[in-house]
Ligand binder design. Structure first.
Ligand code: ZN
Length: 91
Protein backbone atom coordinates (compact mmCIF):
# COMPACT_ATOMS: atom_id res chain seq x y z
CA UNK A 1 0.00 0.00 0.00
CA UNK A 2 1.53 3.27 -1.13
CA UNK A 3 1.90 6.05 1.36
CA UNK A 4 0.44 9.36 0.51
CA UNK A 5 1.84 12.74 1.31
CA UNK A 6 0.38 16.19 1.44
CA UNK A 7 1.22 18.37 -1.52
CA UNK A 8 1.06 21.85 -0.01
CA UNK A 9 0.30 23.56 -3.30
CA UNK A 10 0.51 27.33 -3.49
CA UNK A 11 -2.35 29.68 -2.84
CA UNK A 12 -0.31 32.44 -4.43
CA UNK A 13 -0.16 30.68 -7.75
CA UNK A 14 -3.53 28.98 -7.59
CA UNK A 15 -2.17 25.50 -6.89
CA UNK A 16 -4.49 23.57 -4.62
CA UNK A 17 -3.18 21.42 -1.82
CA UNK A 18 -3.99 17.72 -2.08
CA UNK A 19 -2.83 14.25 -1.16
CA UNK A 20 -0.59 12.39 -3.58
CA UNK A 21 1.47 9.18 -3.48
CA UNK A 22 4.97 9.77 -2.10
CA UNK A 23 6.34 8.50 -5.38
CA UNK A 24 4.94 11.65 -6.96
CA UNK A 25 7.22 13.85 -4.91
CA UNK A 26 10.68 14.92 -6.04
CA UNK A 27 13.65 14.23 -3.79
CA UNK A 28 14.71 17.34 -1.96
CA UNK A 29 17.62 16.72 0.40
CA UNK A 30 17.19 20.07 2.11
CA UNK A 31 13.85 18.94 3.49
CA UNK A 32 13.79 17.05 6.78
CA UNK A 33 12.33 13.93 5.22
CA UNK A 34 14.19 14.31 1.95
CA UNK A 35 11.12 14.89 -0.14
CA UNK A 36 9.69 18.00 -1.70
CA UNK A 37 6.61 19.65 -0.29
CA UNK A 38 4.78 19.58 -3.59
CA UNK A 39 4.17 16.80 -6.07
CA UNK A 40 6.27 16.92 -9.23
CA UNK A 41 3.69 18.47 -11.56
CA UNK A 42 2.85 21.12 -9.01
CA UNK A 43 6.47 21.74 -8.15
CA UNK A 44 7.18 22.31 -11.82
CA UNK A 45 4.19 24.60 -12.11
CA UNK A 46 5.28 26.42 -8.98
CA UNK A 47 8.86 26.98 -10.05
CA UNK A 48 7.68 28.05 -13.49
CA UNK A 49 5.30 30.55 -11.94
CA UNK A 50 8.06 31.79 -9.64
CA UNK A 51 10.42 32.24 -12.54
CA UNK A 52 7.82 34.09 -14.57
CA UNK A 53 6.98 36.32 -11.63
CA UNK A 54 10.66 37.03 -11.11
CA UNK A 55 11.19 37.83 -14.79
CA UNK A 56 8.14 40.07 -14.80
CA UNK A 57 9.39 41.87 -11.72
CA UNK A 58 12.84 42.38 -13.19
CA UNK A 59 11.36 43.57 -16.46
CA UNK A 60 9.23 46.06 -14.59
CA UNK A 61 12.24 47.32 -12.67
CA UNK A 62 14.49 47.48 -15.71
CA UNK A 63 11.98 49.31 -17.88
CA UNK A 64 10.36 52.12 -15.92
CA UNK A 65 9.32 53.78 -19.15
CA UNK A 66 5.86 52.31 -19.16
CA UNK A 67 3.22 53.85 -21.36
CA UNK A 68 1.41 54.91 -18.21
CA UNK A 69 0.85 58.62 -17.71
CA UNK A 70 3.01 58.90 -14.62
CA UNK A 71 3.47 62.34 -13.10
CA UNK A 72 3.45 64.63 -16.08
CA UNK A 73 3.83 67.97 -14.27
CA UNK A 74 2.42 70.33 -16.88
CA UNK A 75 5.62 71.09 -18.77
CA UNK A 76 3.96 73.67 -21.03
CA UNK A 77 3.03 76.13 -18.31
CA UNK A 78 6.55 76.34 -16.99
CA UNK A 79 7.69 77.99 -20.19
CA UNK A 80 5.48 81.02 -19.68
CA UNK A 81 7.74 83.09 -17.56
CA UNK A 82 6.91 82.95 -13.86
CA UNK A 83 7.57 79.71 -12.05
CA UNK A 84 6.73 81.05 -8.62
CA UNK A 85 3.13 79.88 -8.84
CA UNK A 86 4.09 76.37 -9.82
CA UNK A 87 3.24 73.90 -7.06
CA UNK A 88 6.25 72.20 -5.56
CA UNK A 89 6.18 68.63 -6.72
CA UNK A 90 9.01 67.49 -4.53
CA UNK A 91 8.59 65.79 -1.23
ZN1 ZN B 1 0.33 18.57 -6.13
Amino acid sequence: MADTRRCIGSAKFGIEAHEAPVTEFPAQPSQKDGLGRMCKPHWNAYTNALRKASIARKAAEAAPADPEPIAAPEPVKAKRGRTAAAPAAEA
